[in-house]
Every structure is written in C-alpha cells, then in structure tokens.
Design a protein around this ligand. Structure first.
Ligand code: B12
Length: 227
C-alpha cells in the first residue's frame, strides 16, 4: 500500500467523511504544493432544525465541534506526514484573515481545493456541494511537499446545482444573486459576503456570536437528489 493510501486510510479511520488530493500552485505555501482536502458531514437532524427564522444554539455548538474535529484531523495528518520527513501547513477550518486588504478571506479557500480535488462543485448558494452530501459538509485543507499521485484523481465535477433558487429566496440577508457559479467570476457575483456577515452579526449575535446562519445549507434540496 502506498504512503498516500495509508494517509487516506488514516483519515478515514479517524472518521473523516471524504478525502481528496490536488496540486495547488497559486497559494503562499512555497514548495508545499500538494493539497489534501478533508470533508466532514454535518448532522442532518441538526441542519434540519434550522428554519427560516435562523440558526439554532445546537447548530452553533455543532459548528464548533466539527471545526475542532477538522483542525485536529489536519494536525494528526500533518504529524503523520512529518514523521515520514515531509513538511506541512494546515489551513484552519474557520479562520478569517485580512488578506491583501480583503476582509472576508481565509489563508486559502477550502472550497477551491475541494473542487480541484474532484469532490464536488459550487452551488448558487456559494457553497461547496459535495457529490454525495451537497452543502451539508464542512471542509479543511492541508498543504505539504509530499508528491501526491494524482493519476487516479477524480475529474472536477460538472455543476449539479439544481437551479431551484430556494437559497436565493430564503436568504434573509438578500446576499445571494441567483447567478450560477463560474470559476472565472469574482465570488461577489454569487454572494455578497458583507451582506451575509452583517446579517449574521446583527440578527444572530445571541445565538452564534454572529458567526453562523446555515439557512442556505438547510433549504438546499440536494439531500433529495437520490430519492
Ligand atoms: C470568510 C468566510 C466567510 C465570509 C465570506 C464568505 C464568502 N463567500 O466569501 C462570511 C462571513 C460571509 C461567511 C459566511 C458563511 N460561511 Co464561511 N467561510 C469563510 C472562510 C473562512 C474563508 C472564505 C474565503 O477565503 N473566501 C475568499 C474567496 C475568494 O474564496 P471562496 O469564496 O472560498 O471560493 C471562491 C473561489 O475560490 C472560487 N473557486 C472555487 N473553486 C474553484 C475552482 C477553480 C478551478 C477556480 C479557478 C476557482 C474556484 O470560487 C469560489 C466561490 O466564488 C471559509 C474557510 C476557508 N478557508 O475557505 C469559510 C467557509 C466558506 N464558510 C462556510 C460556511 C458553512 C459559511 C456559512 C453557511 C455560515 C455558517 N457556518 O453557518 C455562511 C455561508 C455564506 C455563503 N452562502 O457563501 C464553509 C462552507 C462549507 C461548504 N459546504 O461550502 C467554509 C468552507 C468553512 C469550512 N471549514 O467548511 N463565510
């Protein structure tokens, strides 16, 4: 079994839902151009409790628990790589840094890595849609100098957003434009991050400290895709 397969199995044994690999050359990670994308499925029962009135306290604690799990899984995968002599940098599940004057930005986009790893696409809600679980996932990313074998890599998925516009109608911040995702468009063409963030901060401060909403995840009919 290759080292890459062992790393993948190690992550699956930890409870990670899905794993993908990609080569990323436009990050600021030097020669750490190998990227591992981790996908963690959210609880359907908890997401289903989010209605149009907003997030629940339970969703907020779930969000924090899943983030802690992602960060821990990334660290363990990094230690696994380092033990073999490879270097790693992990991108935290939910860290925003003011990069290049851009307020709403992580060190690298988890969604972009997950797409390039062939694990799914991006919907009109601006969220990564996993090929099996739709938007009901959270993501993590690790960069390394381990040379991943991408021959067996899945191709980038065709856009399978259902075009129902339920997320557009449900968004209480009116932040979703309704335009289909196009990788070459600026992300603002799909969702206005300032409107989304401002609404979470004012309307849900007492629930999720202004960090969560989840209505666009909850209303997405993706879960019925295979029914
Ligand atoms: C800053 C941030 C926010 C900001 C801004 C969001 C935004 N859309 O820009 C605010 C506060 C508004 C926000 C809100 C939410 N967020 Co947020 N957020 C982040 C964070 C920390 C950074 C995002 C970032 O860097 N944006 C910058 C732009 C440039 O990148 P991007 O939008 O991620 O991706 C674009 C490009 O990379 C490009 N792209 C993608 N793939 C590809 C492929 C190719 C080939 C190319 C060329 C381009 C390309 O298109 C993308 C969309 O336009 C990420 C964590 C992370 N590090 O990724 C979480 C993250 C995006 N958030 C997440 C979530 C769930 C939410 C909320 C639902 C809140 C909640 N938890 O309840 C809402 C949903 C808003 C929405 N509908 O998009 C999840 C999304 C999971 C998923 N299934 O997609 C993430 C990934 C966190 C995680 N660990 O899972 N968020």
């Amino acid at each position: 079994m290759s080292f890459q397969d062992r790393l993948e199995n190690y992550l699956f044994d930890m409870g990670v839902t899905d794993v993908g690999f990609a080569n990323i050359h436009d990050g600021d990670f030097g020669d750490l151009t190998g990227a591992v994308s981790l996908v963690i499925k959210l609880s359907d029962a908890i997401v289903d409790e989010i209605d149009l009135s907003g997030p629940t306290h339970t969703y907020f604690t779930h969000y924090r628990a899943v983030n802690a799990f992602i960060d821990s899984a990334l660290l363990k995968a990094g230690l696994f790589l380092e033990k073999k002599g490879y270097r790693y940098i992990h991108v935290a599940a939910s860290q925003s840094i003011n990069k290049g004057g851009r307020t709403y930005s992580g060190r690298y986009s988890h969604k972009k890595v997950a797409c390039l790893a062939g694990l799914g696409t991006i919907g009109k809600n601006g969220l990564f849609l996993h090929h099996a679980h739709g938007p009901r996932v959270r993501l993590g990313t690790l960069f390394t100098d381990y040379p991943f074998d991408l021959k067996a890599k899945k191709e980038i998925e065709e856009n399978f957003c259902a075009d129902c516009n339920l997320c557009v109608k449900a968004c209480p911040a009116h932040a979703i434009s309704g335009r289909a995702w196009d990788p070459l468009q600026p992300e603002k063409a799909i969702i206005d991050p300032a409107k989304c963030s401002q609404h979470m901060k004012t309307a849900y401060k007492m629930i999720g400290r202004g960090a969560v909403c989840g209505i666009c995840i909850s209303v997405c009919p993706f879960k019925d895709r295979f029914c």
